[in-house]
Design a protein around this ligand. Structure first.
Ligand code: GLN
Length: 394
């Protein structure tokens, strides 16, 4: 077996075992929007309880097309360019199995969300890692010559996640255009994980400190870039935007020929995503702008609360531009590695985190890092902050 167990999921089990505040696995501990839940209940009562069309309930695909037009300005045909999947997790692996052949290469930035490399391996392809570096202020960037050197005639695709898990980086238009040009030059596809598209922060200075007005990152989807929609597989889901990670409803948007292949893989993998939850999803996707603005404001407050708490407790980190994680440097604490530190955090401090090495193929690169998530109730974050005080005394 070439795969290891998910460390992120393991940390949730450890957190429960030691009664630690769980800032490890990224899922909200607050309620999903009432109106969305109500639609799911109604859909079950209305007996949408059998298999849906394998590639998705029509009203949900129509809503995906409408939302994509509304937020990204892209025309997408719900009949031939959308596949509903069991979360973005299935979307990503179904997309890769459909498009990638044995022996091909897939480029991914490192640190990366831990499913991507196994997805590539399950597709019989080879992951090629390109490092993201961090400035002293906490900003993440890549070296353009290193990215170019990762591409060759065997390169089939690159995986992008923006806003990024685990770094919080929001790729700039300029960076995306550079990546797009490489993909055109080497005839490569882009798999883009967009699940944090609505979770973006305002106000961050160049030195990583937070302010009220500067540096307002903007989400750019690769498919928006000239000539890229035809070579981009957009992977998205309801999980993060509507706080329903347990529903497992996601989707892929891709050109018709690729969609055709994805639908076949998807059908044999899972047959389909939960029918009633897709009906509720159609409603969720049509929520007015005020929903998305409120979500942004909520997360902004959480980020602005947690980052100074972490810095104060001795973690080196900048403020993330998007998503709901803070990747921190733990070298100030003098632990041998991230695994030892994480154990100490869960058992002695009472706060669960994810060890940094789980986001790297070369484990030593993450050995002085841990990731916090902050998609939690204010009281959960407050409880974590109180427990982190113990680190200062240690
Ligand atoms: N995306 C979330 C994280 O990175 C949860 C992943 C998962 O366990 N499915 O923590």
């Amino acid at each position: 077996m070439r795969l290891t167990e998910s460390v992120i999921r393991e940390m949730s089990r450890e957190a429960a075992k030691y009664n630690a505040v769980n800032l490890g696995q990224g899922f909200p501990d607050f309620a999903a929007p009432y109106a969305v839940k109500e639609k799911a209940i109604e859909a079950i009562a209305a007996d949408h309880n059998q298999y849906a069309i394998t590639w998705g309930v029509k009203s949900f695909r129509d809503a995906i097309a409408e939302k994509t037009k509304r937020f990204l300005g892209l025309d997408v045909d719900p009949e031939s360019e959308i596949t509903v999947t069991c979360g973005s997790t299935e979307g990503m692996i179904a997309g890769m199995l459909a498009c990638i052949d044995e022996g091909e290469e897939v480029v991914l930035f490192e640190p990366f969300y831990e499913n991507y490399a196994p997805d590539v391996i399950l597709s019989d392809a080879k992951p090629v890692h390109v490092p993201l570096y961090q400035t002293a202020a906490g900003d993440w960037y890549f070296e353009r010559d290193e990215l170019r050197a990762a591409f060759n005639e065997r390169t089939k695709a690159i995986i992008i996640c923006t806003p990024n898990n685990p770094t919080g980086k929001v790729f700039t238009l300029d960076e995306m255009e550079f990546i797009a040009d490489l993909c055109k030059e080497f005839d490569a596809l882009v798999f883009t994980d967009e699940i944090y598209e609505h979770i973006i922060y305002r106000g961050r200075r160049d030195d990583g400190q937070m302010t009220m007005a500067t540096n307002n990152p903007k989400h750019v989807c690769m498919a928006q870039i000239d000539g890229m929609q035809e070579r981009t597989i957009v992977v998205n889901s309801l999980s993060k935007t509507y706080s329903v990670t347990g529903w497992r409803v996601g989707y892929c948007i891709a050109p018709p020929e690729i969609t055709n292949a994805i639908r076949k893989v998807h059908d044999f993998l899972t047959v389909g995503a939960a029918n009633p939850l897709q009906h509720a999803g159609a409603f969720a996707l049509s929520l007015p702008d005020k929903y998305y603005n409120a979500l942004q404001k909520e997360y902004q407050l959480k980020r602005d609360f947690i980052v100074p708490v972490l810095q104060d407790a001795g973690f080196r980190c900048g403020a993330p531009e998007g998503a709901y994680y803070v990747m921190t440097d733990i070298s100030g604490f003098g632990f041998e590695n991230d695994i030892e530190f994480t154990k100490y955090m869960i058992r002695e401090i009472g706060v669960a985190v994810v060890p940094g090495s789980s986001f790297y193929h070369d484990k030593s690169l993450g050995s002085q890092k841990v990731r916090f998530c902050f998609c939690k109730k204010d009281e959960t974050l407050q409880a974590a902050a109180e427990r982190l005080e113990k680190l200062k005394k240690g």
